[in-house]
Structure formats: C-alpha cells, structure tokens
Design a protein around this ligand. Structure first.
Ligand SMILES: C[S@@+](CC[C@H](N)C(=O)[O-])C[C@H]1O[C@@H](n2cnc3c(N)ncnc32)[C@H](O)[C@@H]1O
Length: 313
C-alpha cells in the first residue's frame, strides 16, 4: 500500500526505521513518539496483513492527525495521549507482555515548529509556550519570568551549550517580563554578536528552554532502560536523536546495557553482577543520506542508533 496522506511532518530516516524493526504480521510494536504517524504507518504497512502498534504522544493535535492517517489499519493501531515514560504501563494495559520493536523519534515535530501558537520557533510571533502537550503545567514564559538568573544561565548552558549563557540570562532578567517568541529572539540577537552563516543566536536558548520545559533529557534517560526491558529477545529498539545531548544519553545507555561488567576499570574483581541485555547493532550512528538532507533540511542533524535485545540462554 502507498501512504499518500499529505503530512505536515516528513518522517526522518523512514526506510532505515522499517529495515531496523523488520515488522512482521505476528509482531507488536510501539511508536513512542507518534507525531504525524509517518513511521507508524510504515511499520503497520510492512507488518500487513497483521501486526499491532501502540502509538504514544503528548500532543493532542499530533494524535488527531495520526489517528486519521492510521485509520486504514483499523484496530491494528491503538493510540494514546501519554508520555512515553509510561510505555511499559500502557503496553501492559493492552495485555502486551513484551514487544518486537520500539521506535523513539525524539524531540519536536515540524508541525509543532511551524505552528506559531505553540511557541517553539523564533521565526514567528507567538506565546512562549513550548510544551509538547497540554498537561505540563510550566510553560516557557513562566520559566523565563520566574527562574533566577543563575538557574536560567544553567539551563541555557546545560541544554543549549551556549557559551554566552550568563550574558543571555542577565539580559533576560533585566528585561522581564517577556512573553513572546519574537521579543525573546530580538533580545538575544541584541545581546550576542551575529556571525555570517551561523545559526540565529537564539537557536540554542530556544532549544534549552524547550528541553527544560518538557524535561526531555530526564525522560529519555529513564525511558530507554524501560524500552529495553519491554523488548522480546531478538526485538529491536531504534532511537533517532537530533542533538548531541540526546545522542550522548542513548550512546551511554546502549554501551552500558551491552556490557557484562560495568565495574570501574581498575577494580580487580567484578562486584556489579551486571549482565548485558542488548547488542548494539550499529557501532556508528546511521545518518540521513545527502539526498534526504537536501530534501528535508530538518533531518540534517539526525542520528539513528539501533539495539537488539539479546536472546539469553
Ligand atoms: C519528531 S516527532 C515524531 C514524528 C513521527 N515519527 C512521524 O513520523 O511523524 C516527535 C514527537 O514526539 C512527541 N513527544 C515528545 N516528548 C514526548 C513524550 N515524553 N512522550 C510522548 N511523546 C512525546 C512530540 O510531541 C512529537 O510529536
């Protein structure tokens, strides 16, 4: 079947995900970050005539788009408005024990970035919201208008890796209250020198605020071990990340979970009793081809890491 639904989000590394999960008609799959349902569609199509998929997202608009798109698969697709940090509980509610494949396509979707009212982008005027869903209480406006200067500097430094974090935080505090995306972007632009061909100076601060508002890194860190546990022996976990902070977490957990002993290297006798539960499928992350990057510039920083659950004796 061909997916001819017009989509506000172009799925990144689409074929690579289908190849990684190799969906089959008896399989159970989780799309932890459903978005517009592009990857989910591909998984269900490849598993036809059988195969079941649980799709999770926090964003009601994404769920609406995905639900229409996946309606051709009727009850083979079950969608829930829930954070992927509860994927195990949601799978168990459906009576699923372990699953054959899980995809996590981290971060923000094009439709979120391109909707001014969501406040993710400094290209449009909008409220400083930046929440993935409507259940998180703290939005970006509340965060920047209430946090202390040192808290803001830490957020911009830790999650945006911006060396001008202190200067930006000071300027934000001097100019509060700030309630719109463009007001924040202009303030940062005035605070920091703009270099030719460099990204907009507000890029890193916007990334940092989004990560902080949605507690993204903490969620990735706690959810990957859960996803590994939820896999059947031989099942695959595929994670697409879009910046080095996320990729580092994925890489570190994959390395640890694919190693038997994780005692400090100088320790003469193992005391950790840790045993490997996965095999890392690709030592180096898979990146989009030049032609995918050209067709979809938002894919350019994507990195895909795949792990396979070990079949233990
Ligand atoms: C890059 S998009 C996914 C696009 C999707 N793979 C597709 O093909 O259309 C990431 C999605 O993850 C969602 N998301 C972010 N954090 C989440 C979380 N903790 N739980 C569930 N969904 C989350 C976002 O709302 C967004 O829709």
């Amino acid at each position: 079947m061909k997916d001819d639904t017009p989509s506000p989000h172009q799925s990144v590394l689409y074929q690579e995900i289908i190849d990684a999960l190799a969906p089959h008609p008896d399989g159970f799959y989780i799309d932890a970050t459903l978005g517009a349902g592009g990857h989910a569609w591909g998984i269900l199509n490849a598993a036809a005539p059988g195969g079941h998929l649980l799709g999770l997202d926090l964003d009601p608009q994404a769920l609406e788009i995905a639900s229409q798109r996946l309606s051709v698969f009727s009850d083979r697709a079950v969608l829930r408005k829930r954070s992927y940090q509860y994927m195990q509980a949601e799978a168990h509610k459906l009576g699923w024990g372990q699953v054959d494949g899980i995809i996590m396509d981290l971060g923000v979707s094009s439709m979120q970035l391109d909707t001014p009212e969501r406040g993710f982008s400094f290209r449009f005027e909008g409220p400083l919201d930046m929440r993935f869903g409507d259940e998180t209480s703290l939005d970006a406006a509340q965060l920047i208008n209430t946090a202390s200067e040192s808290e803001l500097a830490d957020i911009i430094w830790k999650y945006g890796e911006d060396r001008l974090a202190r200067r930006i935080a000071r300027k934000i505090c001097e100019s509060r209250p700030i309630s719109s995306t463009l007001a924040l972007a202009e303030l940062i632009e005035k605070t920091t020198p703009r270099r030719a061909n460099a990204p907009h100076p507000a890029t890193r601060t916007f990334q940092a605020l989004r990560i902080a508002v949605n507690e993204e890194l903490k969620t990735v860190e706690t959810s990957i071990p859960q996803a590994i546990e939820l896999l059947k022996p031989g099942g695959h976990l595929a994670v697409i990340s879009f910046h080095s902070l996320e990729d580092r977490i994925v890489k570190t957990i994959f390395r640890q979970e694919s190693t038997d002993c994780i005692c400090p290297p100088r320790q003469p006798v193992c005391t950790c009793q840790h045993t490997a539960s996965i095999q890392v499928v690709n030592k180096k992350p898979i990146e989009p081809t030049a032609s995918e990057k050209e067709n979809n510039p938002r894919a350019r920083s994507a990195k895909l890491r795949i792990a396979k659950k070990l079949i233990l004796a």
